[in-house]
Design a protein around this ligand. Structure first.
Ligand SMILES: Cc1cc2nc3c(=O)[nH]c(=O)nc-3n(C[C@H](O)[C@H](O)[C@H](O)COP(=O)(O)OP(=O)(O)OC[C@H]3O[C@@H](n4cnc5c(N)ncnc54)[C@H](O)[C@@H]3O)c2cc1C
Length: 463
């Protein structure tokens, strides 16, 4: 990538310019508006400089520049964070989007992804080798933010959270030094990175274990909304002690008004279970039989390549839509909670608004709460209520529905929330509640690696 002729925004020193190979994008310059835009169209922030890094040396140079100049530092991976934590007003943005290569070593079944890769990049590279890394459910999401916050998705019950598959991470620390964190090297940092978000440094490369996955039996099974309490209860009972090779998350949604959805279902509100079984087809069918007997209005579950399942919803959620969400961990789906769900599902404020309950069972339950920074190993579900619409004129409607739904359900939750599904303004108590007993240890490690809180545009753990 060519060095630009950026003039500086009062920030760029000669030393920095000489050290930096990537692209420097400044206010008023070409590509600035495109580069500052993140996935959530509600976010409209104006950073002072976007340093689109070409390599690790660039990241070191940019971190040093931010620290030495006393400039706020933001780090952008995939740019998907709903609170827009990858970009900030007046900040120097370390933009990792050009660092997205993925290398698979088939001999050791390991996968190395650069800090700005998306899960689509990983799925593409690993599928060719019959491997997969547990990731999220939309392929355009960044490996960086999703992994550092935990990583819940279609393979959670089979192979654990994304962090449970992390072998090591290369990190540029606040002082500009570079370390590799693993269970052998800087084990305290490795512990903190697995759930503690972007608080500890810029991860330039993630090394994951690849798991043997090619095709899965997956896709959505949709039911009439009136059946939601019955389906929710049946799914809740099933998923609790289902075998480890099947996963299925629950959703309320509106059937998209496009082909190939049947005309009579288009624009109808439904509930759904999105299945992902790595079990052989015949056994998956046996496991799904009780749900088929409940009479789904649409059964789109079949054998698909894993990357196809992971990208199936991408088209309905393109970059630039308006997003507002609220999350909680959930231990129990009581009758009262189910009644609240049913009420707000009927009031979904737009075609893209949704509610998801992701199981945190199976392999994700195996580590103890203190084994990684990700504390809620004992929770049964990660719940997220998501108001989404293309039209900013509906922001009030999607925001108030999300807040009211969340306020009604929160008393039925486990207390904390998955940090990756929180907005940017939920406050330090919510962050602390997400880490419970792990919080104090995170503070201790933060003091060791980032005492001045250079990395603070995140769900912050203040030193
Ligand atoms: C459409 C959509 C679907 C989603 N689905 C899922 C899902 O299925 N499962 C799930 O677990 N989550 C999911 N999420 C939530 C997602 O995990 C978070 O939004 C996450 O923050 C996104 O990471 P990112 O790298 O794309 O974001 P960014 O906005 O780039 O970054 C988010 C935070 O992570 C930090 N960060 C990013 N990369 C690095 C890095 N390399 N080094 C250090 N810090 C870094 C940033 O500084 C920032 O604080 C989804 C989000 C969206 C919008």
């Amino acid at each position: 990538m060519a060095t630009t002729t950026a003039t500086g925004a009062g920030l760029i020193t000669d030393e920095f310019r000489a050290a930096f190979r990537g692209e420097l994008i400044e206010p008023g310059g070409a590509g600035y508006d495109e580069a500052r835009a993140v996935y959530n169209g509600m976010i409209d922030r104006h950073p002072r400089l976007i340093a689109r890094c070409a390599d690790v040396a660039d990241v070191i140079a940019a971190v040093n520049l931010a620290r030495e100049s006393g400039t706020l530092l933001a780090v952008r991976g995939g740019g998907h964070n709903a609170g827009g934590l990858g970009v900030w007003d007046d900040a120097l943005v370390v933009d990792l989007s050009a660092m997205h290569s993925v290398h698979v070593d088939p001999a050791s079944a390991t996968v190395r992804a650069e800090g700005g890769a998306t899960w689509g990049d990983v799925d593409h590279a690993t599928h060719a080798f019959g491997l997969a890394v547990p990731c999220g459910i939309i392929s355009t999401t960044g490996v960086g933010g999703l992994t550092l916050g935990g990583g819940i998705g279609n393979l959670t019950r089979q192979f654990g959270l994304s962090i449970d598959n992390l072998i090591s991470a290369d990190v540029v620390l606040a002082d500009g030094s570079f370390v590799t964190a693993s269970s052998d090297e800087h084990p305290d940092l490795f512990w903190a990175l697995r759930g503690g978000g972007g608080n500890f440094g810029v991860v330039t490369s993630f090394e994951f274990r690849g798991n043997p996955v090619t095709n899965v039996i997956g896709g959505p099974m949709m039911f009439a909304l009136e059946k939601a309490p019955e389906v929710m209860r049946a799914w809740d009972r099933f998923i609790d002690d289902a075998p480890g090779d099947i996963n299925g998350w629950f959703a309320f949604l509106t059937v998209p008004p496009v082909d190939p959805f049947p005309a009579e279902l288009q624009a109808k509100k439904v509930c759904a279970i999105v299945w992902c079984a790595t079990a052989p087809a015949q056994r998956a069918d046996e496991l799904l039989a009780p749900f088929r007997a409940m009479g789904p209005v649409l059964d789109a579950v079949g054998e698909v390549p894993f990357p196809a399942l992971n990208s199936a919803f991408d088209v309905f959620y393109p970059k630039g839509d308006q997003w507002y969400w609220r999350a909680d961990f959930v231990d129990e789906l009581s009758d009262e909670a189910i009644a609240i769900h049913a009420k707000y599902a009927e009031e979904l404020p737009s075609g893209q608004s949704t509610m998801h309950l992701y199981p945190i069972g199976g392999a994700a339950h195996e580590p103890a709460s203190g084994d990684t920074a990700w504390s809620y190993r004992d929770a049964r579900y990660g719940q997220v209520i998501v108001g989404v619409d293309r039209d900013p004129a509906n922001n009030e409607a999607i925001t108030s529905w999300t807040r009211e739904y969340h306020d009604a359900l929160h008393p039925h939750s486990a207390g904390g929330a998955y940090v990756n599904m929180m907005m940017h303004d939920e406050g330090p108590d919510r962050v602390r509640a997400s880490y419970r007993d792990n919080y104090d240890r995170l503070v201790e490690i933060k003091r060791r690696y980032d005492p001045a809180n250079l990395f603070r545009i995140n769900q912050n753990i203040a030193p």
